[in-house]
Write a protein that binds this ligand. Structure first.
Ligand code: ACO
Length: 398
């Protein structure tokens, strides 16, 4: 793991743990993971049940409030989120000021951090009402800004949010509507995206959530913290794996080439993308749920031959000693890219589709970080490996 207890001649005993593989930086009551058993629970509820029975906003409520909402609480919560979906007109200008082909994550990050300038009250962190109001604003506006980045990239005007549509359906309409009348997606596609939103809502102290908590720890508003989370998620080691899965499936190209590809992976020629996880040494519970969503989406949109390749890869790998011995199972990204593609999203939007629902988790962790009396500014130690003190050399003598 790289973990070591190190005694240096310059200070007391220090634990050296690159990547914080074994170091807990906080106590948290939001999400529980048992990677060996393949368990993921939010506030005690298994992800499988939430994905089957809840809506995304219900899960967002659960993450932030600790309990499932009553019907009245959920109605009020949905109202508070959805009434904040509109963004200031200048936000569209900010997003449109970028090159049309700039990565949507960069445009989204700029849009999110700009919210702090429109809502200066967001800096009043000691006031619970201000924290809550700005959390509603962020959750409400996230799909609006995400959709605006996409519309800008295809040269279309942005679509305003509609009061007639729910959170996920409205997001799809803002992305794909081409006329003025209200656009409605097939309910099976809306539910499939809603399930993906639920599966991506939170995953305890992952890289982007850790970035959010770190930025929160120096006393920052929810927008600045979420922008840091978007930056962390942007990296290919975190949010970008589903893109890599699609690329791999295309490269394999046909069913008969699957065994040859698996042999190549076993001989060190690349990895089987979408397999393996730092925490899960068992089937990622989210991957199981996604498989069900895949069937629904392909029923509506027709089959994609890449799905057959994915199924065959999984079948062979799960029965191959190389993968069994290393406890390599499909992770959440193995099938999610196929669903996004079937929903007509270009691959650069895949990470954005991760950022929108993960905002629910970021908000819950941001609040927990700010309200935990144990917490202080996050400031890890280092093991210094540089020079001992030496004499300054004047410029003329260097
Ligand atoms: N294909 C083939 N072999 C693999 C794979 C894979 N996908 N993943 C791990 N291995 C092998 C490694 O080569 C290593 O073998 P060795 O012991 O013979 O050297 C062993 O399994 C352990 O692998 P590590 O890299 O040490 O595992 P780690 O926990 O550090 O990495 C990771 C986890 C990054 C997810 C890795 O499994 C991987 O690269 N997977 C493919 C990329 C991917 O799907 N990422 C998405 C993760 S989910 C998410 O971020 C939302």
């Amino acid at each position: 793991t790289g973990l070591a207890a190190v005694e240096t001649d310059r200070g007391p005993l220090t634990s050296y743990d690159p990547g914080f593989v074994n170091t807990a930086a906080c106590r948290s009551s939001i999400t529980y993971i048992d990677g060996d058993a393949g368990i993921l629970e939010h506030r005690g509820y298994p992800i499988e049940e939430l994905a089957e029975k809840s809506s995304f906003l219900e899960v967002a409520y659960l993450l932030s409030n600790g309990e499932l909402p009553t019907e009245a609480q959920l109605t009020e919560w949905e109202y508070q989120v959805n009434r904040h979906r509109l963004v200031h007109e200048n936000v569209y200008d900010i997003i449109q000021s970028f090159r049309y082909d700039a990565h949507p994550m960069a445009k989204l990050m700029a849009g999110v951090v700009s919210q702090m300038t429109f809502y200066p009250s967001s800096r009043r962190l000691s006031e619970p009402e201000s924290r809550e109001l700005n959390a509603f604003r962020l959750l409400g506006k996230m799909p609006t800004m995400a959709a605006a980045t996409f519309r800008h990239s295809i040269g279309r005007h942005a679509v305003y949010p509609s009061d007639e549509l729910g959170y996920v359906e409205n997001f799809l309409a803002m992305l794909f509507q081409s006329q003025q009348r209200v656009w409605r997606a097939d309910p099976r596609l809306v539910r499939a995206l809603e399930v993906l939103f639920i599966l991506h809502a939170d995953h305890e102290q992952n890289c982007s959530t850790t970035a959010v908590r770190t930025v929160a720890s120096s006393g920052n508003d929810v927008y600045t913290a979420a922008a840091a989370g978007i930056g962390a998620l942007f990296g290919p080691l975190h949010g970008g794996a589903n893109e890599a899965v699609l690329k791999m499936l295309r490269e394999i190209g046909s069913l008969d080439r699957v065994p040859e590809f698996i042999e190549g992976v076993k001989n060190g020629r690349g990895r089987l993308m979408g397999f393996g996880h730092r925490v899960y040494k068992n089937y990622d519970p989210r991957a199981k749920v996604i498989k069900k969503a895949v069937d629904d989406v392909f029923e509506v949109r027709g089959m994609n031959p890449l799905l057959d390749i994915a199924v065959e890869l999984e079948k062979i790998a799960l029965n191959d000693e190389y993968f069994v011995k290393r406890k390599l199972y499909p992770n959440v990204d193995f099938y999610s890219g196929l669903i996004y593609e079937a929903l007509n999203f270009p691959t650069e939007m895949f990470t954005v589709l991760f950022a929108v629902p993960r905002t629910a988790g970021w908000i819950a962790h941001w609040t927990e970080q700010l309200t935990d009396p144990d917490q202080r500014i996050i400031r890890p130690k280092q093991l210094y490996t540089g020079y001992e003190r030496r004499e300054y050399v004047p410029m003329a003598d260097r």
